[in-house]
Design a protein around this ligand. Structure first.
Ligand code: AOF
Ligand code: ZN
Length: 367
């Protein structure tokens, strides 16, 4: 019963088990918001006797599943958790009490929970109960696991990421328009990770395909559609009514024009001007930790939103995908629209990943 602690190259220790916690936590990618992804491993005498992860908000926490899995073997064992155990009654009871009751000897924590009602209180409670607690093992990895959750806890806003595709000669691409669907599964994985995807109705075509993740068992993101001209709802293909996932359409009330709602059962909100304040508020109310501002083809549709997002520090991150396509500059030229952005927007912490299908560059806007 259980798994030996050492890896094939003989590596063992706290880092190894916290990495396993992160691996377990990732099984619930896309399902846990507004809660974080958390994994837990119980180890006794060098053998894993229990494992668990938090499957979704409202369900028990990672520690509870791991302790159940371990049963009596949890006594005098070490519990590894990628996030500080909670010490409060939320939708579920405190994990600290479950660990104390199970009589674990030691708890190793990947990172402190940025949630102000938990931060350090879980660690203190365990120490007060005589349990040895180690904090900050594989901390960077644990932080990267929960980037959206941490961002929302610290700022009160969802992590908003600007995404677009470019040809190798630097022009914007419309993924669908160019017949490129999902290079290497990268887009599918993004849709699995992000809680919402914001798209403009300007890229809808007759055979419009709803952005949806192809990852097995993926929880599909909420679709947030910006639709500037309320009198042309017919631009939105009727097939949109077949979408089973959650969706909301923001329209713009042009002078005197009453929004014509011809789409059945789809939440439609008419605004004087579509803006990120309203969209971010909506995400918060839905308990979403992240949204992808997905620029398809028509950058000009999003120009105001991108400007607002950068000015107000709402857009924190960008993902650029460069595809092996040489295209002619589209009309109207979206790069012209980019030129009108504030000067001096700085980017940091660039990371890139190349495959034979595309090069993906990620980075952050300096706030
Ligand atoms: C843990 N282990 O697996 C998770 C934790 O409403 P609740 O009861 O689910 O509590 C949500 C909060 O608990 C969440 O905001 C975060 O601070 C913490 N999540 N804590 O010990 C877990 N998911
Ligand atoms: Zn908990």
């Amino acid at each position: 019963f259980g798994v030996q602690c050492a890896t094939s190259n003989g590596e063992s220790g706290d880092g190894f088990y916290i990495r396993r916690c992160v691996e377990l936590a990732r099984k619930a990618v896309g399902y846990t918001s507004p809660n974080p992804l958390v994994g837990c491993v119980i180890v006794k005498d060098g053998v894993v006797v229990g494992e668990g992860y938090h499957p979704r908000a409202g369900q028990p926490h990672a520690e509870v599943f791991a302790l159940r899995d371990a049963g009596d073997l949890a006594q005098s064992a070490t519990a590894y958790v990628s996030l500080e155990p909670c010490n409060h009654f939320g939708r579920t009871p405190p994990c600290t009490e479950a660990l104390i009751k199970a009589k674990v000897k030691k708890v190793v924590v990947g990172m402190v929970d940025p949630n102000p009602i938990v931060a350090f209180k879980g660690v203190e409670r365990l120490r007060d109960a005589g349990i040895e607690v180690v904090v900050g093992v594989e901390e960077e990895l644990c932080k990267s696991l929960n980037e959206p959750y941490i961002h929302r806890m610290l700022t009160g806003k969802p992590l908003l990421t600007l995404r677009y595709s470019l040809s190798v000669n630097g022009n914007f691409l419309d993924l669908l328009g160019n017949g490129v669907t999902d290079c290497g599964g990268y887009y599918s994985r993004l849709l699995q990770e992000y809680d919402a995807v914001i798209i403009s109705s300007s890229f809808f075509t007759e055979n419009f395909k709803v952005p949806s993740s192809q990852e097995p068992g993926a929880n599909q993101p909420i679709l947030i559609i910006t639709h500037k001209d309320p009198n042309s709802l017919n631009q939105i293909p009727p097939s949109i009514n077949d979408i089973t996932g959650k969706m909301i359409i923001f329209t713009e009330n042009k002078a005197g024009a009453a929004p014509e709602v011809s789409l059945q059962g789809i939440e439609t909100v008419a605004l004087d001007q579509i803006n990120l304040d309203v969209i971010m508020d909506y995400c918060n109310r839905q308990g979403l930790c992240s949204a992808l501002l997905d620029i398809r083809g028509s950058f000009s549709e999003f120009e105001e939103l991108v400007k607002e997002g950068i000015k107000k520090n709402y857009i924190n991150k960008f993902i650029t995908e460069i595809l092996p396509v040489w295209n002619k500059r589209p009309e109207p030229d979206p790069l012209q629209a980019l030129k009108s952005l504030e000067q001096g927007v700085k980017v940091l912490n660039l990371k890139s990943k190349a495959s034979d299908q595309s090069v993906v560059i990620e980075g952050y806007f300096k706030s």
